[in-house]
Design a protein around this ligand. Sequence first.
Ligand code: AMP
Ligand code: GLY
Length: 426
Amino acid sequence: MKILVLGSGGREHAIGIKLSQSPQKPTLLFAPGNPGMAELGICHPIAADDISALLQLAKKEAVDLTVVGPEVPLVKGIVDVFRAEGLLIFGPTKDAARLEGSKAFSKAFMARHKIPTAAFETFHELKPALAFLDKTGAPVVVKASGLAAGKGAVVCQTLDEARTAIESMLGPNAIFGEAGSEVVIEEFMAGEEASVFAVCDGKNYALLPTAQDHKRIFDGDMGPNTGGMGAYSPAPLMTAELLERVCKETIEPTLEGMHAEGYPYHGVLYVGIMVTAQGPKVVEFNCRLGDPETQVVLPVYEGNFIELLMASAAERLSKAPLETPQRSAAVVVLASGGYPGEYQNGFSITGLAEAETVAGVHVTHAGTKSKDGTLVTAGGRVLGVIGEADTLAVALKAAYEGVGHIHFEGMQYRQDIGQRGLKALG
Ligand code: AMP
Ligand code: GLY
């Protein structure tokens, strides 16, 4: 069996690792991949959103399944193109991927189907958007509707901040370009966040283990948002009762609604949840797995991952209750100094092999590159150090012990990954 994985980050490396451990022993191809993935299979230097070149590759190599890591190719319609050629591919169609690609679409969809989420309005023009703030007051959340690489949501504590955010999107500077030409202004929800992942086949779904991400750059959830500085799975906050509510109140009506409206949902429905005083509400939908959540969700998932992906793509998922994972995993992301702002690349990385000698520890590559036979930094998020163990506490200890072996100039990471999870466990 041949599987092509699209993407170049820690998430796709983690997908590659999980696939390589499956009993089917697949041959793995990656596009474009990274030095970590190069240890698992062949990397083809094709961008993950170069749909026509990827289609050629998939045909030439006669791949049995293509797994799409990032959102951009999904939102651009790679699934439609592959399907039209009779190729099996894991992910939603272009219309279905609007659940992530257009916040205006996903919020209106949730309103139509009475799915619990923050109250909102959508705007295309500056004046009415600013005027709406008189009604909302602060705190309030301003979001660019389109894809903005995780930077499009601004939580505003004051009306001044909200005005600035709205002006930056709908004003002359238009910092997010087309993605910010439509803006969602929504109610601020207080609570704790967790992520739920449903693998869907258009009608049925199966849950993956839950996770909690750490989006801010600094300890104590301070500083700007990042792609994610660490995660752990499962998330103790998401009790069986809450998860049941998310299934009944969000996942099932979403699948039914998408089907009824003519764009059935396949692939991963990533549901970002805020657990509020009124119960779980949707913060956002994503149309793919999370990064770095995947690095911890897949190690604790006990099912047959390839079978799950194939069943989703081929529309033959059988409904199965989620078994509570027996183990826990935690990932600490090692980032370049300056990230998520400007940073330098090209610093040499040492200590990976030593880190992996710690029991239960492995490392995923995100922003790395091979240069003259040595590994150097090549991105904002450079590596993920994952600890796996019977308990979250031991998994965290292992991950941080692994981190202690790794070095590159300017390396920064959060010291408090998993602390909320430990608190929730009591
Ligand atoms: P999003 O890109 O929509 O996931 O938003 C990024 C982050 O902003 C979320 O993970 C939350 O921490 C925060 N956020 C987004 N929407 C809200 C909201 N309505 N209330 C409170 N926090 C929010
Ligand atoms: N870690 C957040 C995301 O993948 O969207």
